[in-house]
Design a protein around this ligand. Structure first.
Ligand code: ATP
Ligand code: MG
Length: 427
C-alpha cells in the first residue's frame, strides 16, 4: 500500500503544476508485493520550489541535494529529476571555456562522483539509478508504471542488472557493489552475468567508499534479514576480504579440517531473530561476527601474560583500529562490543562476587544473547547459560510471585490492572 503521506505529496506537487512520480525501491517492492521500507518521490520541481510548497520541508545533502518532508511518523524523500554526468569533452553550456564546468557536478580523479546536482528529465533521472529493478516510476496521474530500462522484465525474471556499463557504474560509486549483493540476497534474485563479472573485477575498489558509509551499508547488509546470504555473496565476490582483511585471513585457517570461526552461523542466528521480530543491536551483530576471532586473539594475548581484561580491551582496540580506515565502527559501538566480550569472562564465574551487579551492566542482555548463540553453535556452555538465564529471571521477578502470576487465571489478572476484558470481534 502507498503511504497516505506520499500520496498527499504527489497530489500536491501535481496540483501545483509539476510532474511527480513515486520512484526507486518502493515501486519495486510494491510490484513484488513486499511492504516498502520508505517512499521516494522524484519531481521536476527544484529543491527551492519544494521548500516553498511544503512547510514541513528540510533540504539536506551536499552530494545529492534532497528535500525531506517530515510527517509525524515518516519522512518522504523528494528529489528533483537529475541528469547523467556530462562527459569531459562536452563544451560548457555558455560556450565560455574559462568558466568552471558544471559546478553542480564533481568527479574525483579516480572517477568517483562527489557532487551531482545537474537537473534533468525523468528519462535522464532513470539512467543515473543503480539497477534496472530500482529504476521504475509510478505515475499517479494514470496509475501507470514508467519503465525506460527493462526493469519490469528483470523484476519478473529475478535479475539484478546495473543500468549501463557495470564497470563504469561500480567505479563511479563502489558502494553499488554492496547494494547489488544486498538486493540479490534480500529479494532472492540472481546477479546478471555481466554485472557479476564487473563486480569480481572491481571488488578491490570497494575500499574507495568512505569508511562511515561502508559501516552504514554493512549494517544494512547484515541486518537485512538475509545477512547470511549477503555474507556468502560478499565472500564469493571478494568484497568481504577487502573490507575485513584480518578476519578473512583467519577464516581460511582450519582446525582438523573444520573452519573454526563461524561467521555464517552467527549470521544465520541473526536472520532467525529478525525473522521472529526480535531486534539485534549493532554491537551484538558485530560480536556475533567477530567475537570468536577476537576471543582467540585475546586468548593468545593472555598466554603472553596479559591480564584477562587488558587482553580483551587491547584486542578489541587493535582490531577496531585496523578496521577504522575501511569500515568506521563508531566508538560507542566498539565500547559495547568490548563489554559483551568482557561479560563472557565474568559469566564463567558462577555466581562470583556480586552477581546482581552483573545484571545491572548495560551490556548484560546482549552478552546473554551472544552466549545463547555461541551455545547453539558450539554445543558448549549450556550450564553457564542456564544459570545466568535463571538468575536474571529470578532477580527481575522473584520465583514466588512469578509462579502466582502464571497460575492466576488470565481474566482476574486483567481485572487487577483495572482493564475490562477485551472483546473478541470477528474481522
Ligand atoms: P531500500 O529498500 O533499502 O530502501 P531502495 O532501492 O529504496 O532500497 P534507497 O537507498 O532507499 O534504496 O535508494 C532509493 C533509490 O535511489 C534506489 O532505488 C535507486 O534507484 C537510487 N539509488 C540509491 N543509491 C544509489 C546509488 N548508490 N547509485 C545509484 N542510484 C542509487
Ligand atoms: Mg528506499
Amino acid at each position: 500500500m502507498i503511504s497516505p503521506n506520499a500520496l498527499k505529496v504527489l497530489y500536491r506537487l501535481r496540483d501545483s503544476g509539476h510532474v511527480a512520480y513515486l520512484v526507486g525501491g518502493c515501486v519495486r517492492d510494491l510490484l513484488l508485493g513486499r511492504e516498502p521500507k520508505d517512499f521516494d518521490i522524484a519531481t521536476d520541481a527544484t529543491p527551492g520550489r519544494i521548500k516553498k510548497l511544503f512547510r514541513n520541508c528540510r533540504l539536506v545533502g551536499r552530494r545529492f541535494r534532497l528535500a525531506h518532508l517530515h510527517f509525524r511518523d515518516e519522512i518522504i524523500e523528494v528529489a528533483t529529476f537529475r541528469a547523467q554526468a556530462p562527459t569531459e569533452d562536452e563544451p560548457p553550456a555558455d560556450g565560455n571555456s574559462d568558466a568552471p564546468r558544471h559546478p553542480r557536478h564533481m568527479v574525483s580523479e579516480e572517477g568517483v562522483v562527489l557532487r551531482d546536482n545537474v537537473f534533468g528529465t525523468p528519462a535522464e533521472d532513470v539512467l543515473r539509478r543503480d539497477f534496472t529493478v530500482n529504476a521504475l516510476a509510478y505515475d499517479i496521474a494514470d496509475f501507470s508504471i514508467i519503465d525506460y530500462v527493462g526493469g519490469v522484465e528483470d523484476l519478473e525474471s529475478g535479475i539484478i542488472r546495473t543500468i549501463g556499463d557495470p564497470a563504469v557504474r561500480f567505479t563511479e560509486d563502489p558502494v553499488r557493489m554492496l547494494r547489488a549483493v544486498r538486493f540479490a540476497a534480500l529479494l532472492g534474485f540472481a546477479i546478471e552475468e555481466g554485472t557479476w563479472s564487473a563486480l569480481l573485477e572491481n571488488a578491490h575498489g570497494i575500499t574507495r567508499g568512505t569508511a562511515p558509509r561502508l559501516y552504514e551499508e554493512m549494517l544494512k547488509l547484515f541486518l537485512s534479514g538475509e545477512g547470511e546470504r549477503c555474507y556468502q555473496l560478499m565472500r564469493h565476490g571478494g568484497l568481504f576480504a577487502r573490507l575485513f582483511p584480518g578476519l578473512d585471513a583467519a577464516l581460511e585457517e582450519e582446525t582438523e579440517g573444520f573452519p573454526r570461526i563461524l561467521v555464517g552461523r552467527g549470521l544465520e542466528w541473526v536472520d532467525e531473530q529478525l525473522g521472529a521480530g526480535v531486534a539485534v543491536s549493532p554491537p551484538l551483530l558485530l560480536t556475533l561476527m567477530f567475537g570468536v576471532y577476537l576471543e582467540e586473539r585475546a586468548a593468545w594475548s593472555r598466554k603472553q601474560g596479559r591480564a584477562p581484561v587488558d587482553a580483551i580491551n587491547e584486542t578489541v582496540a587493535g582490531f577496531m583500529g585496523e578496521q577504522a580506515p575501511l569500515v568506521a565502527i563508531p566508538h560507542r559501538v566498539i565500547i559495547a562490543v568490548r563489554e559483551i566480550l568482557a561479560l563472557q569472562e565474568r559469566f564463567r564465574r558462577i555466581p562470583g562476587k556480586r552477581p546482581q551487579g552483573v545484571l545491572a551492566r548495560p551490556g548484560f542482555g546482549d552478552a546473554l544473547s551472544y552466549l545463547r548463540c555461541r551455545c547453539r553453535i558450539t554445543g558448549e556452555g549450556h550450564e553457564v547459560l542456564t544459570w545466568w538465564e535463571r538468575y536474571s529471571r529470578d532477580k527481575v521477578m522473584p520465583p514466588v510471585e512469578r509462579e502466582a502470576e502464571v497460575s492466576r487465571p488470565a481474566r482476574s489478572r486483567r481485572r487487577r490492572r483495572g482493564k475490562p476484558a477485551a472483546k473478541i470481534t470477528e474481522s
